[in-house]
Structures are given as C-alpha cells and as structure tokens.
Design a protein around this ligand. Sequence first.
Ligand code: FRU
Length: 493
Amino acid sequence: IVGDYNGNLRPQVHYSPPTGFMNDPNGMFVDDTGLYHLYYQYNPTDTVAGNVHWGHATSRDLYTWENQRIAIFPGAPGEQIFSGSAVVDPNNTSGFFPNQTNGVVAFYTLLNPNGVQTQDVAYSTDGGYAFTKYSGNPVLDANSTQFRDPKVIWHTETGSWIMVTAFAQEYTISIWTSPNLREWTFASNFSHHGLLGLQYECPNLVQIPMNGSDDPMYILYISINPGAPLGGSVGQYFPGHFNGTHFTPVDSAARIADFGKDNYAGQFFYGVPGTQHQISIAWASNWQYTNLVPTASEGWRSAMSAPRRNYLANVTDRIPYQLISEPYEVQSMFSEELAFNDSLANGSVFVDYSVLQSGALYFEANVTGLTETSLTGTLNFTLSSVISGEVLRGGTTIGGDTWLDRGKTSGFDNVYFTDKFSVTGLYDGAGEWRISGIIDRTIIELFVNGGEQSATSIFFPSSPLDTMILRAGGIDGSATVSVGVWGLRSGWL
Ligand code: FRU
C-alpha cells in the first residue's frame, strides 16, 4: 500500500497509515531477525473509524516504517476485526507450524454481525504477512457484546500461554491460560480497580524490570474510554506480581500513564526479553475528537506515539513503582545538530528550522549541579510559525510542575480538544532536572527527567511551525544549564 507522506500535517518519525483511518496498535511483536511488526485497527475505505481490518507495517528501528499489505480482513458483511495481539510459536505448541520455528499466531476480537464479540485466532506461516483464520474459531465466546482485546504472553515458570481480555462494561480483566494457544481455561478476574470511566479496554499484562531490584515484576495496563479524567481516553497501570494465574497489585493506587490527552490503547511488543526494559507504542489520539481532526484533508487520520522504552522505578519514596516511558533510541534518527550550548546559564537559544525538510526535532534542556536548596527557576520552550504566528509552548519549574499548551495552533477548534496540560514532579535527589521532547509536525511528546513523566499531544498548525526558542530563567548560579536541539531524519521522505 502506497501513501503520500509529503503533507504538512504528516508526522515523519511516527507511524501513520498510508490513507484512511487508524486506531489502536495491535499484534506487535519482534521477529527472530530483529524486525518489528506493527498491526493496527484500520479502516482502509474512509477517514473515520469503522470497517475495521488489521493494517500492517514493519520497521528495524521503530521510526522508519514500511507499509505492508493488510494482514487480516473481515470475512463476511457486518464483521469487523477488532484489537488484539500476536506471539511467535517457535516450538509449535499450537500445531499450526510443523515445519518451522517462526510461526506467528494472532488473537483478535471478531465483532460478529449480531454484535457479539468473540476471541478468534489466525496464524501465519510466512512470518506475519499473510494470515489464515483458524477453523476452530472462536476460541472464546462468552455470548457478550462487550468482551474484547485479547493480549497473549508466554509465562516461563508455568510453561503456559497467558491471555488477558476485557469484559469492558463490567470493569473486569480476565486472565486465561492455555498449553496450545487454541484451548483457553479461565484462571482469575481483576475487577473494579483504579479509575473506572465507562469502559475498560485493551489490557496488557507484561513482565517488566524494576530499577535496582531483581524482583520479577509485572504491570497490568488498562485503557479507559470514555470517561477519562481529562475527557475521553486514558491509560492506567498497576504494578504488581503474577504467579501464572493471578495478578496481585503492590497497592490499590491507580497510576496514570501520560499527562496529555493523546496516548491510548498502548501495547507492549511481544518478544522483547524484558530483562532490561519493555518497548511500547500507543495510539496518539483520543476518541473524543479523533474522527474530526483536520488531517482528513490529506486523506488520513491518526498517528502512533514514538516507541517508548519502559521500566519501573521509584522516583522517590513518595512515588514508588512509576512506569518510566522515554523515547526508544531516538538518537538513531538525528540528522543534524541545530543548537547546542552546555553552559547557557540564564538565557535563551533560538533555532530557525524552516530549512529542515522533515520538520521534526528532538530537544533536551538539562539543569545539573542541583541541590535541595537550589531548586529554583524555569526551562521554557516556544515553537512558532513565522507565517501564521501560531505557537506551541511548554516548560517546567525546576523540581516542580511541567506544562504544555497546544492552544495557539489554530488549525483545529473543538470543545473537547482542550489545550493546557500539567503535571507535578518531585525532585529525586539526582542533582539534575531535565525536559526533553520530540516535535514532529503535528505531534509532540514531552518528557520530564528521562520519562518519569510524559505527555503525548497532537496539534494542528495551519502553517508549519519553523522556529524554536528555549529559555532558562531564574536558575541558581551554582547550577549549570545545557540545551541541545537536533533535526530528525524523515522515515518517509
Ligand atoms: C479501543 C477499542 C477496542 C476495540 C477497538 C475497535 O480503542 O475500542 O476496545 O477492540 O478499539 O476498533
């Protein structure tokens, strides 16, 4: 499938579909050659949600994507292929792969014409490009219209496959086990935890390292839509332990994954060893306005987040088990240094990036040499369009709050497209305070202290942003400010 990636609104280091409408990432896995596979909820015939297929793209670096043919099609009028996951079955536990070690099994929700949602299986003998639907489908049928989004992992200790599914409107994540990926046995429910909103969707259960500890931890990640605190869609997660049948959270708190409004249905890649980190991608949009955003003028809607490197860490004793989320190896996309100053003190740098063909940037602003008594001052950034005067801005107070304001890019006006976001951080005693971000034409991802906090936000300037100012003010004289801005090479052009 060919797409035109030249449009002013098209992200250059984020995945977006060739044409049509995209929502959740699905089936993500890394194969035995290191190739990453991304499938996604895809309407190939319109720029609004519906008529859902599984689109497919592949990447070696998670920023440069190659579109592949549609992987899974609805089989009959009125059917849709809803969200799910995929695994590699090297030992042929499924029986689908007598002659190979790279067989791929996909799990998806079939929306049946009568509205019932069942969990179905399809398998691929060519490494994940073409899929055959299993003749024994469905593999799970609860005669429910709100039962979906199977995510499967392998559990080494019990030698068993594990699936999590959502009974969306009962606020229940069910855990299932299987020896062969076809026959699933109910193991336990995780119900009514954290924020409820109006539905639970797209659960993920994944092993994840805890910084400074050998404790084999898991997180259970649950997406909520509608009913997020900021409106629409949001992701929450629970750190805890998993014994093969039951998940036990470390505490009863709901932790929010992102302080923007455009990070939903996040999924972790299958096949990442998980001893150092996990890698995830989320859908960078919100159901409140996704069908209305102005990119339809270019024939497409929705992009994915940048790939994130994830692990758990105690930011401070007061903030235990935080899910750290930072861009995964974004340095591999640097094309040029646009500004660098490692002794800025209080002052600013100005970058004119109108000549940068990709229009995509990465920046960092870092204050080092901090102590408990020198936590003063701010780091702020402003991106603007010389032509239209539109502005995207944000900043952080050293040791405190971080904010983002997308409101002065005026190419999209919608009451639910709220414009200002903020979060409160806590100084962790490490002597530094840092913000960084990826800005890619119509999407910004902002990070505090290497991913202790993150915000994903889409924005729609009517003419491209082309200048950036980074400013440090009120910083204590004993601290050092360094800033850098790099252009990112386009993955498409
Ligand atoms: C989440 C979701 C899933 C469902 C899919 C349909 O965004 O509602 O629960 O499987 O989208 O496209």
